[in-house]
Design a protein around this ligand. Structure first.
Ligand SMILES: CC(C)(COP(=O)(O)OP(=O)(O)OC[C@H]1O[C@@H](n2cnc3c(N)ncnc32)[C@H](O)[C@@H]1OP(=O)(O)O)[C@@H](O)C(=O)NCCC(=O)NCCS
Length: 235
């Protein structure tokens, strides 16, 4: 992979479409999230796509637009480092996919805000609380957590998922994290994608029979991880 890094301007100014370009190869450009309505809505919709099965279980299909707006709202007005944790891929200038990474301590830095909550009723609220409890996952020191990875269906199988993943791994290495991990439903076809990229199942979660199903709508979650060579080892 050739890495044509282009420095532009701050990635987090409202109304500023010029983000830091991290990587460019042929028609694909990878950059950080910016604090703009367009980017927030796009990443919100990618997050909903990645978590769709869980969100429908916790609420209903009709609540997905509210969930997208809620995620989009949670991306507004954050500190600069927050925007470095989200990558956006563009294909010929069109937004095509995104992923988010988390490091140890990010939970305290990027706290949930009441104003970002979706306007749901009591039942959906309880469903979302259960989902949140099931998903809570501390990121250990020297680990990078791939929070989600999603490519718009019309841009799949073009290598974009792989590029986003490679870029997240490079970021982890640069930050001195020898391990990157993620959680994926064992029934998700993407599990094979991660296996092909060198990820191995290290743990399995079912929460005593039907516990995980009740909370998430998923019967079994796999914790997959990959050991990364550190940049220092490569030099
Ligand atoms: C998983 C996902 C991100 C892959 O994105 P993508 O851009 O299509 O992947 P790529 O084009 O980079 O594919 C890389 C390789 O994986 C293979 N691959 C991609 N998706 C695959 C799938 N669903 N099942 C099996 N193999 C897959 C490709 O054929 C390709 O193989 P190659 O290297 O031999 O050519 C995409 O399918 C997606 O967004 N899925 C829905 C969201 C999701 O489930 N995310 C994961 C959990 S958060």
């Amino acid at each position: 992979m050739t890495n044509e890094a282009v420095t532009v301007t701050s990635p987090h100014l409202d109304g500023d479409q010029h983000a830091l370009v991290i990587y460019k190869s042929g028609p694909v450009t990878l950059r950080h999230l910016t604090d703009t309505e367009d980017d927030r809505q796009f990443v919100g919709s990618m997050m909903v796509a990645a978590f769709e099965q869980k969100l429908v279980h916790a609420t209903s299909r009709g609540s997905l637009p509210d969930m997208r707006d809620s995620y989009a709202s949670s991306l507004r007005g954050r500190q600069p480092i927050f925007y470095e944790r989200h990558l956006i891929a563009e294909f010929e200038g069109e937004k095509a996919g995104s992923c988010a990474i988390r490091y140890h301590g990010d939970d305290e830095l990027f706290q949930d805000r009441e104003e970002d909550m979706a306007p749901v009723g009591c039942t959906d609220f309880c469903g979302l609380q259960l989902l949140q409890n099931a998903s809570k996952d501390e990121v250990p020191p020297e680990n990078c957590f791939l929070h989600y990875l999603s490519v718009d269906a019309k841009f799949r199988k073009k290598g974009i998922g792989k590029m986003l993943l490679n870029t997240a791994e490079t970021d982890a290495k640069e930050k001195g994290c020898p391990v990157i991990f993620l959680w994926v439903a064992s029934s998700n076809k993407a599990k094979k994608f991660f296996e092909d990229q060198g990820y191995e199942v290290k743990d399995m979660e079912t929460r005593c029979g039907c516990g995980l199903w009740c909370m998430t709508g998923i019967r079994e979650l796999n914790r997959m991880e990959k050991t990364l060579g550190l940049i220092a080892d490569e030099n």
